[in-house]
Ligand binder design. Sequence first.
Ligand SMILES: *Cc1c(COP(=O)(O)O)cnc(C)c1O
Length: 237
Amino acid sequence: MNDIAHNLAQVRDKISAAASRCGRLSEEVTLLAVSKTKPASAVEEAMAAGQRAFGENYVQEGVEKIRFFQDKGVTDLQWHFIGPLQSNKSRLVAEHFDWCHTVDRLKIATRLSEQRPAHLPPLNVLIQVNISDEQSKSGIEPEAIDALAAEVSALPNLCLRGLMAIPAPETEYDKQFAVAQQMAVAFARLKTHYPTVDTLSLGMSDDMEAAIAAGSTMVRIGTAIFGARDYTKNKEL
Ligand SMILES: *Cc1c(COP(=O)(O)O)cnc(C)c1O
């Protein structure tokens, strides 16, 4: 087994253990492999180990990888955009990605819907919520979820799938869980209004267990699968 296959197996074991500790099935939690800054060859190794869902933060870099696999005739990968999205990059996301986790204003949602090509299924979107990080400018306040969800769900070429959050880093499990639970409550509420809502994107390497215990359905893991990132090579930063 190579490193990536080995790491993936370990992460999957961690997800299963966390799920079974709280009486959930591991199939209820999707592993999103965050491949930002990593070459297509790393994605290929993960693919060979059975991974299908990949997350990218930088539009241009993500699109290059998506095109690389399309050109090779690989059609069963799922690409998730999980980075901050500027209006001038929305077209590339609408044209190439399957999901966007970081919708936090109507303007971006409207552009994504207008720019989604007619031959593709609706773009799956998550509303990003600023759940704990006052420093962060990304995400809407929890109180604003209902209004934005109503607007997003009315857009023809988007499919509202749920919520996403990047909580402020916190080392204590109980504090991680408390924040994750606030997201889970908002998610459960949203679900009762929209039948398409089935995804809570929450949990990274350090808070995955608490997120799963609270009800996350998608964890986003990069370093534990692909190793540390070298940002000096990334031109978009
Ligand atoms: C980079 C990133 C991750 C993965 O982080 P790791 O620390 O590498 O596991 C998850 N979610 C988002 C939004 C990210 O930007």
